[in-house]
Design a protein around this ligand. Sequence first.
Ligand code: PRP
Length: 210
Amino acid sequence: MDMISVALPKGRLGEKVYARFKAAGYPCPSIEEENRKLIFENPEAGVRYFWVKPSDVAIYVERGAADIGVAGKDILLEYAPDVYELADLGLGKCRMCVAGKKDFRDRTDRVLRVATKFPRIASGYYASMSRDIDIIHLNGSIEIAPILGLSDVIVDIVETGKTLLENDLEPKTTIVPISARLIANKVSYKFKHEQIVELCRRVEELAEKG
Ligand code: PRP
């Protein structure tokens, strides 16, 4: 039987995702060893794992370098990859928010300057309320932008709220809740259908149990 290749998001979320896959019957002992390798396989369990940058998971899956993967809903909304979204794993829960300085008051007679790593999500949100904005596309440390006067607000991920708090910012509005999703390549889903459906069923069952 063909192995299923799985793109995992490197980092804290990826560790939780692997633990879920292991519990679902897809262990891979070599991935649990401390090393810098990026590809691991367990032919007996029929699975091959790759560690990739979280924002790249959808690219590997869309192009078929991985059959399935786990990506945050934020990435799926931002890049709209041509993949199937099979399940909400209930891991990596956080929210996409508008945040700003505590004393910030929006003046609708002015173009709002919005700093973000997620220009599509931010543009879509403000377009839905017909608000003119100027997007400032940054790659990280977004919280600095309103402090230095680069932007009026930010659109970013809030998990515990600690980063905002420690930078004297506060969440203003939640745009959308975020969590990790199981995604599949469209061709793989057709040709490895039974294996992928079975894997999805098992990891989803564990999500329901919490
Ligand atoms: C996200 C986000 C915030 C932080 C929020 O960054 O951009 O900076 O997490 O988490 P908190 O509400 O628990 O403080 P991430 O860790 O993904 O790093 P990055 O900005 O480098 O991508």
